[in-house]
Design a protein around this ligand. Structure first.
Ligand code: PLP
Length: 407
């Protein structure tokens, strides 16, 4: 079946202003102090609060949240068990640099016990921190400079897709490879004159991956003297406690975790081989806030809950119900709509011959779903949390069915 929809003639700012009534509308009138972005109609710009599986915008509208802060909120927004531990940790002061809180040892013990191959760990704040630390260490360990990367690995110079603002010398030392083409990867590595320090990759993006394919990427990297680094920012503490390494039984030399590790508190970690992480003594990977104990307490609480309860099983079960429902709803569209991904992080992909039609269809679909109270990202994996219920999933499917009927 072919898809079609007509984009509204109103500008984005018109639509935002029309839709919103309070702070949202005010923000749309202040492009001088807030960057404007190309959005989709009906999306709220500002949220007032979030609890469990729901968020409320500044106009009081409630949404079932499938964005979950781009993935971190694995237990649900504002989880009191996690926030209580974080608050208790910061009640006695929280800014200890250059000294550490003993929570760091507790968290390191936990990470090394639940993540396969984690012999040692470094605590940081963001995903970009952790992937960049991995690249620095790979360069020190191998004495090489180049990086082959796949997926989104953060915003730093070596990983950003856009050339603007990135020196040519940095861009020459880092290039994206085709995840699905092992032959090209092999030739990039073998013709690289022993220059490639690491192959860093997400274990998968929107689509599922064969474990054997992921391990082949690691084998090709290592055979050519490069380190194999997994970016587990989205998959870690989500597809399994130990991420794709555990779920797919694929072992990296270094692996970067964050997001679901702290249920929304800002913390990430780089884990892996001790002989590589020990090279941290040759460099400086440091921040005033790396040792901040509140987020470490939040991470300890989150990981313990994920380890000791059936939270992740629940996320998988709900994801399966969601994906099966989506497959049924979209079957009449044939290949024009694909339901992809792993159940804890599914996605519905619109296919079209041209980008303009696809954008118009997506705009139409996502405007309908947002207006009906679902927060679904138009071009990023969706996420489920342990706070979502079967009722939320059925409600989401009902809304999606109605939106699909209008296409
Ligand atoms: C796979 C992956 N790696 C790295 C990052 C960067 O993490 P951060 O935004 O915390 O710097 C992200 C963020 O979305 C990500 O999805």
């Amino acid at each position: 079946m072919r898809l079609s929809a007509t984009a509204s003639a109103l500008t984005i700012t018109d639509r935002m202003t029309e839709r919103a009534r309070s702070v949202d509308a005010r923000a749309a009138t202040r492009p001088d102090i807030l960057p404007q972005y190309d959005g989709y109609a009906q999306y709220p710009r500002y949220l007032q609060r979030a609890k469990g599986a729901y968020v409320w915008d500044v106009d009081g509208n409630r949404y079932i949240d499938f964005c979950l802060g781009y993935g971190p909120v694995i237990l649900g927004h504002g989880d009191e068990r996690v926030n209580g531990r974080a608050a208790a940790a910061t009640a006695n002061g929280g800014c200890f640099a250059p000294l550490w809180s003993p929570l760091q040892i507790e968290l390191a013990e936990l990470l090394t016990s639940v993540i396969p191959g984690a012999e040692m760990c470094l605590m940081l704040k963001t995903g970009s921190d952790a992937t960049s630390a991995a690249v620095r260490l790979a360069r020190i360990y191998t004495g090489r400079s180049a990086v082959l990367r796949w997926g989104y690995n953060g915003w730093h110079d070596w990983s950003v897709e856009q050339a603007a603002g990135v020196p040519t010398s940095v861009r020459e030392n880092s290039r994206a490879f085709d995840f699905n083409d092992l032959d090209v990867l092999e030739s990039l590595l073998s013709h690289g004159n022993d220059k490639v320090a690491c192959v860093i990759t997400m274990p998968f993006w929107d689509d599922q991956v064969e474990a054997s394919h992921l391990s082949s990427i690691g084998e090709v990297a290592r055979r050519n003297g490069a380190l194999f680094v997994l970016d587990e920012m989205r998959s870690g503490f989500r597809v399994a406690l130990g991420g794709a390494q555990q779920y797919l039984h694929v072992q990296a030399d270094l692996a970067a975790y964050g997001k679901a590790m702290g249920n929304g508190h800002p913390i990430s970690a780089l884990v892996g081989r001790r002989d590589i992480l020990s090279k941290l003594s040759d460099t400086k990977v440091s921040s005033t806030y790396f040792a901040e104990p509140g987020s470490m307490a939040a991470a300890i609480a989150t990981i313990e809950i994920l380890r000791d309860t059936d939270a992740l099983d629940h996320v998988w079960r709900l994801g399966e119900v969601f994906q099966n429902g989506l497959k049924t709803l979209t079957s009449r569209f044939g290949s024009a709509i694909e339901v992809v991904g792993y159940p804890p992080m599914p996605f519905m992909r619109f296919q079209s011959e041209d980008a303009t039609t696809r954008f118009a269809v997506e705009q139409h679909f996502y405007s309908k779903t947002t207006a009906a109270g679902l927060l679904l990202h138009p071009n990023h994996q969706w996420f489920l949390s342990a706070a979502h219920t079967t009722g939320d999933i059925y409600q989401a499917l009902e809304v999606i069915e109605l939106a699909l009927e209008t296409l």
